[in-house]
Write a protein that binds this ligand. Structure first.
Ligand code: NI
Length: 162
């Protein structure tokens, strides 16, 4: 378990498509542990492997009281409704943007042992799933935001970086 350095935009690693995970071994477990440690240290609600420089299709999310969710090789299988609101990213500190997302998603993938898993998210959790999946495809919120602006000062308790 370790806190890793978070890659910052415009590092090109954030623009690559991450590769499918095929080995559910100790390396993957360490990656997932480090992602969680680094996310909690930064008080984010999600963190994807490319954000610590590892181009594998894996991310962690903990949003809206979901508890820690680990997803490997995720894909969204259902998108429903719409939400529009501010979004930030731990790789782009100081900025946020208004991003249109599905309000509810169902996402499927694998856990750290390769077992199939499925989660449903609404509101912030759905937003986090969509944001983190974008990271695995080299997409950042600034690419799809309808406006990008400086993040207003906010109480430290309320970080929403992904
Ligand atoms: Ni992000």
């Amino acid at each position: 378990m370790a806190i890793r350095m978070i890659v910052q935009h415009p590092d090109p690693v954030l623009r690559e498509r991450a590769k499918e995970v095929t080995k559910f071994n100790a390396n993957l477990h360490k990656l997932l542990d480090d992602l969680a440690d680094t996310m909690y240290d930064a008080r984010g609600v999600g963190l994807a492997a490319p954000q610590i420089g590892i181009l594998k299709r894996a991310f962690v999310v903990d949003a809206d009281g979901s508890g820690l969710i680990e997803l490997v090789n995720p894909e969204i299988v259902l998108k429903e409704g719409e939400q529009f609101g501010p979004e930030g990213c731990l790789s782009i500190p100081g900025l946020q943007g208004d991003v249109r997302r599905a309000r509810r998603v169902v996402i499927r993938g694998q856990d750290r042992y390769g077992n199939p898993v499925e989660y449903e998210g609404v509101d912030l959790l759905a937003r986090a799933f969509q944001h983190e999946l974008d990271h695995l495809n080299g997409v950042l919120f600034i690419d799809i935001a309808e406006s990008v602006y400086e993040r207003p000062p906010e109480p430290a308790e309320d970080g929403e970086g992904e």
